[in-house]
Design a protein around this ligand. Structure first.
Ligand code: SRM
Ligand code: SF4
Length: 563
């Protein structure tokens, strides 16, 4: 018997290629919201309806509707932003949003707090800045992320060009976006979505391209991960990895984080065909009844990797070549100045939780705006929520350094190693799924961890810390050497043991604990690490070597994952 399609599938099917009644909803002045169905379709256009969760109870008491506003996410392939775009995005943050720009863990910008009547002007302004928000969210291929220092060598530039090409090629074709947001003419006749069809994909689909030795995009967390193979300075092609994903639900063993499986090598000229075929299989085989089991990782585990690869090669009409060897050193960012092969320089700045704001004595938002006013190169957002001031002529470095220092953006020089490598997802007050604080908790947690590490002589230990307000895993917490995953207000699962190369998932060490217990649990582990670690041994690797953690049993796939 065929299972009933999920509600979302039915909404997509009757949406007329993502139109729904969004345009009508935007025009309704009686509410700050749009209808439930439209808010689900809105995601495909790059926006989420949210409400300020700090104000929920008070507004309910006052019998007011929730304080609705919208989050907007741009689609910026490879995280590349020109200075002109930066200035336009900064102005939108100040004039239409909550005065901040948020760099996400997929190297793009989010604006929070945009009220309904500002939504259309803001999206139109993003379009005028030669960017888009289409398919930044929704059941489609999202922005393709890429190791963000592509001009380091010719091979880096070639790899980035493939990421940009894929991102463009795999974007939806519907004219709905132009009609709703850009006052484009109404389409006469039918829309076409040659790749997706009228109901798009069963679930979100993420592609990332890593250029070894940096795994700064966490390539194994992608539905489709591409590892650039560079030999004698030339881009030869890509190792292909499928079925990565982080999201899980507390207490539901049928959901889990999974690292992508490497299935072979492909030459550049065949890359688009391979990507289309992988996406096509997921479109046809993915679970459209139960969204919790609809990501490619579950399709793969249900059908079996061998069956998937056989189907892929059948659709392609050729076999993938055997995967080529690759080696990753780490999945963090390299702070400070680095020189590219062409003699230009790149400065990686640390932005705590990716939040660019003028607050707490720091003027990060204004500092970056001042940089954009003088900078002649471009900017690169990173998947670790940071920004690279890229392509600086040697003579321009001093001026950049001065602006950085004047606005307190030089934290990358001073911050502890754990601070520089920490990631935290947005969580409260805007995220509707948050169970605990994340971005707002990081500034309180870090000094306590720093004090603990200092006490054990570990102030310089580069430990990878990741915080998420719920198990959906937006900061890719399952790849943190230490991770906190929200359970409820002030309570987290403590997970330990990833490897700082993005190649090993961590595991739960203590469940549902508060801050005092987190610190008390880490204290003896830090003491042991300080006393017994070998030279340059990572914290996660150490915990396994000394037996504090044992390798988890091989996962068996529970039956409820079946499509
Ligand atoms: Fe995420 C949902 C924020 C990267 C897995 N994510 C959400 C929503 C939209 C909440 C919602 O559905 O109502 C969050 C909006 C919060 C807000 O107020 O802004 C949200 N996710 C984010 C961002 C902004 C976190 C950040 O601090 O940077 C990241 C935006 C990325 C982007 O630019 O596209 C973000 N989300 C991720 C990642 C990391 C990655 O892709 O590398 C993951 C894990 C990888 C993966 O997809 O498996 C991730 N987000 C999820 C999930 C779980 C999906 C699943 O398969 O179970 C959800 C919930 C869902 O889709 O139902 C989710
Ligand atoms: Fe929200 Fe959870 Fe994602 Fe954090 S991990 S942004 S709390 S969905």
């Amino acid at each position: 018997m065929t299972a009933k399609l999920s509600e979302m599938e039915q909404i997509k099917a009757r949406s007329r290629f993502l139109r729904g009644t969004i345009a009508e909803g935007l025009a309704d002045p009686l509410t700050g919201a749009i209808s439930d169905d439209d808010s689900k379709l809105l995601k495909f256009h790059g926006s989420y309806q949210q409400d300020d969760r700090d104000l929920r109870d008070e507004r309910r008491r006052q019998k007011l509707e929730p304080a609705y506003s919208f989050m907007i996410r741009a689609r910026l392939p490879g995280g590349v932003v020109t200075p002109a775009q930066w200035l336009a995005f900064d102005a939108l943050a100040r004039e239409h949003a909550n005065g901040t720009l948020r760099i996400t863990t997929r190297q793009t910008f989010q604006w929070h707090g945009v009220i309904k009547r500002e939504l259309k002007p803001t999206i139109a302004a993003i379009h005028r800045a030669l960017a888009t928000t289409i398919a930044a969210c929704g059941d489609v291929v999202r922005t393709v992320v890429c190791t963000p220092n592509p001009v380091e060598s010719a091979a880096h530039a070639a790899a980035y060009a493939w990421a940009a090409k894929l991102s463009e090629h795999l974007a939806p074709r519907t004219r709905a976006y132009h009609e709703i947001w850009l006052d484009g003419e109404k389409l006469v006749g039918g829309d076409e979505e040659p790749l997706y069809g009228p109901t798009y994909l069963p679930r979100k689909f993420k592609i990332g391209l890593a250029i070894p030795p940096l795994n700064d995009i966490d390539v194994f967390a992608q539905d489709l991960g591409l590892i650039a193979v560079v030999e004698q300075g030339e881009l030869r092609g890509f190792d292909v990895a499928v079925g990565g994903g982080m999201g899980a639900t507390h207490g539901d063993a049928g959901t889990y984080p999974r690292l992508a499986s490497v299935i072979g090598f492909v030459a550049p000229e065949r890359l688009v065909a391979v990507a289309e075929a992988v996406i096509g299989i997921q479109r046809d085989w993915g679970n459209r009844s139960e969204r919790k089991h609809a990501r490619l990782k579950y399709t793969l585990d249900h059908r079996g990797l061998d069956t998937f690869v056989a189907e892929l090669e059948r659709r392609l009409g050729f076999a993938l070549e055997p995967a080529r060897p690759y080696r990753f050193e780490h999945n963090g960012d390299r702070y400070g100045w680095t020189e590219g092969q062409d003699g230009r320089w790149h400065l990686t700045l640390h932005i705590e939780s990716g939040r660019l704001a003028d607050a707490g004595g720091r003027r990060a938002l204004t500092g970056l705006r001042e940089l954009a006013r003088v900078h002649r190169g471009d900017f690169r957002l990173t998947c670790n929520q940071n920004v690279i001031v890229a392509n600086v002529e040697p003579a321009g470095r001093a001026r950049i350094d001065a602006i950085v220092a004047a606005h307190g953006l030089d934290g990358y020089r001073r911050g502890s190693a754990i601070r520089r490598h920490a990631l935290a997802c947005v969580a409260l007050p805007t995220c509707g799924l948050a169970m605990a604080e994340s971005e707002r908790y990081l500034p309180a947690l870090l000094p306590q961890l720093e004090a603990l590490l200092e006490r054990h002589g570990l102030a310089d230990a580069p430990i990878l810390l990741r915080l998420s307000g719920c198990p959906n895993g937006c900061s890719r917490p399952y790849l943190g050497e230490i991770a906190l995953v929200g359970r409820g207000p002030g309570r987290y699962d403590l997970r330990l043991g990833a490897d700082f190369r993005g190649q090993r998932l961590n595991q739960i060490y203590r469940e549902n604990i508060d801050e005092a217990t987190i610190l008390a649990t880490l204290d003896p582990l830090f003491a042991r690490y300080a006393a017994e670690r070998t030279e340059s041994e990572g914290f996660g690797d150490f915990l396994y070597r000394v037996g504090e953690l044992v390798a988890p049993a091989r996962r068996t796939i529970p039956p409820e994952v079946c499509a």
